[in-house]
Design a protein around this ligand. Structure first.
Ligand code: KQY
Length: 368
């Protein structure tokens, strides 16, 4: 049985969101298929998602959820050890539509089921409708028999939050204060709400996210925790790149901050690929044009960032963008930052062409 908890909050009940680097039970992913977001009927993206799933499954179990019409295809393309479950969906961003899992000190697991409106609803959201995506967290909680806290009046996505599991949450102003999410709440109201639902003591608000991010600047493209007190940010040394000013702002902000326990941050600067990843004519032509969804034109800059990696049990699965020099810099840095984990790169250009990356398409379920 999975209950919906209505009268209390995670903080009141002693549940907290753990750091991604804590032990997982499994990883959840959604099979991509919508042709107005993934080129050529999502066939190249499906092949990339298979590689991501296979890479993560070397470290922990993976469950792929897939629509009725794609079930047979996904089951055929994925190895047997990856569980495949049929579930309706609107697109393939499990980080944002899946549950935000919580743990307590007795090994209990619960989840927050945020309201989801496709990153901005009718204000500046990326597709309509989004009702199937909004139901996904509850369905997963029911399958896993996990009780959840639904926030019907609070819109949030998993990619918009990063915690250290030790009292600190990091978010981005540009994203959380965007007009399509919780315009009825002030920044202070949101800070208090997030403290209750993620059970943190301190919320750090970074000014802006990665350049040209279609989610209004999700934190998971520009910043992540390695462990409490140690973080990675997306970086550019090129003063002519608009990313330079954004990353410098984030760096300066973090240099003047401490976490919930009063620690100064050790900050690693992970360069974004240079030149930036842009859409080719062929890639643009492969996308169905449907009114209301984001156009993808030749030359458009993608929000490509190596920070958007997934931390698995004993592993790091990160995106290669096909830029030999910068892929190698990222790989070497990640190996140095995570000496106890095996670092695995997966060619993920097809994922960034859909608007996110490996972290955005995955959601870890803690072991509890
Ligand atoms: O970055 C994410 N977490 C999601 C990106 C959504 C893009 C939809 N086209």
């Amino acid at each position: 049985m999975a209950k919906r908890i209505k009268d209390t909050t995670p903080k009141q009940d002693g549940y907290r969101m753990p750091g991604e680097f804590e032990k997982h039970k499994q990883c959840w992913i959604i099979w991509p298929e919508r042709p107005d977001n993934w080129r050529f009927g999502a066939k190249p993206a499906q092949a990339a998602f298979v590689e991501v799933a296979k890479a993560i499954s070397r470290f922990e179990p993976v469950t792929m959820v897939v629509s009725k019409s794609q079930y047979d295809n996904a089951r055929y393309m994925l190895p047997d050890h990856i569980r495949v479950i049929e579930m309706s969906n609107d697109d393939a961003w499990m980080r944002d539509v899946g549950p935000t899992f919580l743990v307590n000190d007795q090994g209990g697991v619960r989840a927050v089921d945020w309201a989801f409106n496709a990153w901005g609803g009718l204000h500046d959201g990326l597709y309509f409708p989004w009702d199937q995506d909004d139901k996904m967290a509850q369905k997963i909680c029911e399958i896993e028999e996990i009780d959840s806290y639904r926030t019907p009046d609070f819109v949030m996505e998993g990619g918009a939050i990063h915690v250290d599991g030790d009292g600190t949450l990091v978010v981005v102003e540009e994203c959380l204060l965007s007009g399509g999410r919780n315009a009825h709440m002030s920044k202070d109201d949101m800070t208090e709400f997030l403290k209750e639902y993620l059970n943190v003591d301190k919320v750090i608000w970074l000014p802006r996210g990665i350049y040209n991010d279609e989610t209004n600047g999700h934190v998971d493209n520009i910043f992540c925790f390695v462990k409490p007190g140690e973080v990675i940010i997306a970086w550019s040394d090129n003063e002519n790149d608009p990313q330079y000013e954004i990353s410098k702002e984030v760096y300066d902000h973090l240099c003047n901050e401490t976490d919930a326990k009063g620690r100064k941050f050790k900050i690693h600067k992970l360069p974004v690929p240079s030149p930036p990843v842009t859409i080719t004519a062929e890639e643009s032509q492969g996308i169905d044009v449907i009114e209301g969804t984001l156009p993808r034109e030749e030359g458009d800059r993608q929000a490509a960032s190596y920070v958007n990696f997934y931390i698995a049990n004993g592993g790091i699965v990160f995106p290669y963008f096909g830029n030999e020099k910068y892929d190698k810099i990222a790989e070497d840095m990640l190996k140095e930052i995570f000496p106890d984990r095996e670092v695995v790169g997966v060619f993920a250009r097809e994922v960034i062409l859909g608007g996110g990356n490996i972290h955005c398409i995955t959601q870890q379920q803690p072991l509890g």
